[in-house]
Design a protein around this ligand. Structure first.
Ligand code: B12
Length: 391
């Protein structure tokens, strides 16, 4: 995930912009890096404007013609994967005016679109030049051309839904943020929203951008939600149908997010791991997450599914020369099947290390049954596997 921050400041406020960026850089982690082999061409264009002279020049007997306006730069714009521009005028309708309160002809937007700009930011000091109707008309016109945009919103609901603006291109996921220092003294009319520079809000928006990572959605929202379902089931407020419904929803969400998860491409020949939910247990959401995570790290994972007898697990591990067997169990009634696997490994001379996990499993249980490792979640499971394979 890359985060792009667009701050609309005058040159006089450069020092202020620098200090804002210093403040915010603390909240961006050093791990938000990208692989140098991936390429994304970004073009940023400042201030698409329409002064009175430009409006007059575009006027024809039937309307406004901007067809030649971007002729000399169109090719350059087209070379960018994402051509992002600051729309520094409103499309507030007639009468069309230039400085100091801009309202450009609608044809200007069509020309911008035809020129190849595919993202617009709209929070700047001219956002409110035509007040409420100007802000809303501008957004409606941009929406009508399906151009993604950020910065000004009709109301809170729209902002919540569309901001931070998530852009996906060439396998990159980019969160675009846009703010302005002010709107030339014109106050915004509720429920409209202009993103003004406010470091507390920007930090919150950055946090939200980071939470748009698919693995964060799984860890922070989906798993938290399914655990809550478990609590409600415990409290007899939810029953089996709700449990099944929640599990199905979780599966759909994970299937949707899976292609977006980061993958290690440079894995080469990696060890084989055999993973299964033990016999008698059909809980496989957690096991599937563990499988997904390990596969994403490049391991050769054999997923044996759920309700798997220990003889099948150990037999497969021996046949496939697995470095590790990973076992999942969610019920107190099935966790003892893990001990059976450890025992059978010894009996059959299976060299695989055994790791275990699942909501009811603890480190002390792992020690008790002689397992080689335990982890509380899928992310830690990757570290556990790395550690065990290094020894
Ligand atoms: C969803 C769910 C179901 C779904 C399962 C769907 C599916 N495809 O998995 C359905 C509706 C089918 C179901 C059925 C039942 N369930 Co149920 N279920 C749950 C629930 C709500 C969530 C489980 C879950 O998916 N959690 C989310 C995942 C992501 O977490 P996780 O599995 O713990 O996995 C993470 C870690 O533990 C770890 N991990 C997991 N596996 C592994 C493996 C390794 C090697 C490692 C290192 C790490 C690791 O990483 C994972 C990712 O971070 C839990 C409540 C709970 N809080 O656990 C009850 C719960 C597990 N179910 C329970 C029960 C009783 C049942 C039923 C018996 C109900 C019934 N009366 O029929 C049946 C069981 C049938 C059977 N034979 O298995 C009880 C178990 C009680 C107990 N302690 O024994 C629980 C705890 C609910 C409760 N509070 O009473 N259930």
């Amino acid at each position: 995930m890359i985060l792009l921050l667009s701050l609309s400041c005058t040159s006089r406020s450069q020092a202020k912009r620098d200090s804002i960026i210093d403040t915010l850089s603390d909240s961006l982690s050093a791990t938000d890096s990208i692989s140098p082999t991936d390429t994304l061409r970004l073009l940023f264009v400042g201030d698409l404007m329409q002064h009175q002279g430009q409006i007059n020049a575009a006027r024809t007997s039937t309307g406004y013609d901007y067809s030649t306006c971007f002729t000399y730069v169109k090719e350059e714009i087209g070379r960018a994967d994402l051509a992002i521009a600051n729309l520094e005028v409103t499309l507030g309708g007639k009468p069309y005016k230039g400085y100091p309160a801009f309202s450009a002809p609608d044809e200007f937007l069509t020309a911008i679109h035809d020129a190849g700009f595919n993202v617009l930011v709209t929070a700047n000091n001219h956002s409110l030049d035509r007040g409420k109707s100007g802000l809303e008309r501008t957004i409606q016109l941009i929406d009508s051309l399906k151009i993604p945009h950020a910065g000004t919103y009709i109301n809170t609901e729209e902002r919540d839904k569309k901001y931070p603006l998530l852009l996906e291109k060439n396998g990159f996921r980019i969160a675009l943020l846009n703010y302005t220092y002010g709107t030339n003294g014109i106050p915004v009319t509720p429920p409209n929203i202009v993103n003004y520079i406010d470091t507390a809000i920007i930090v919150k928006d950055i946090e939200e951008s980071k939470a748009m990572k698919p693995d964060a959605i799984i860890n922070d929202y989906l798993i938290a939600a399914i655990n809550e379902v478990g609590v409600l089931f415990d409290q007899k407020k939810y029953f089996l149908p709700q449990l099944i419904g929640s599990a199905n929803t979780m599966k759909k969400a994970i299937d949707y997010l899976e292609p977006m998860l980061e993958r290690r491409e440079d894995a080469g020949q990696m060890p084989t791991l055999v993973i299964a939910t033990v016999e008698g247990d059909i809980h496989d959401i957690g096991k599937n997450l563990v499988v997904l995570m390990l596969k994403n790290y490049g391991y050769n994972v054999i997923d044996m599914g759920k309700d798997v007898p220990c003889e099948d697990i150990v037999g497969t591990a021996i046949r496939e020369d697995a470095a590790i067997i990973g076992l999942s169990a969610l019920m107190t009634t099935t966790m003892m099947r893990m001990q059976d696997v450890v025992q059978l490994c010894k009996e059959k001379g299976c060299k695989s290390k055994v790791i275990i996990g699942g909501a009811c499993i603890t480190q002390s249980f792992a020690d008790e049954i002689g397992a080689d490792g335990y982890s509380k979640d899928a992310a830690e499971c990757v570290k556990l596997v790395e550690r065990l394979l290094a020894n």
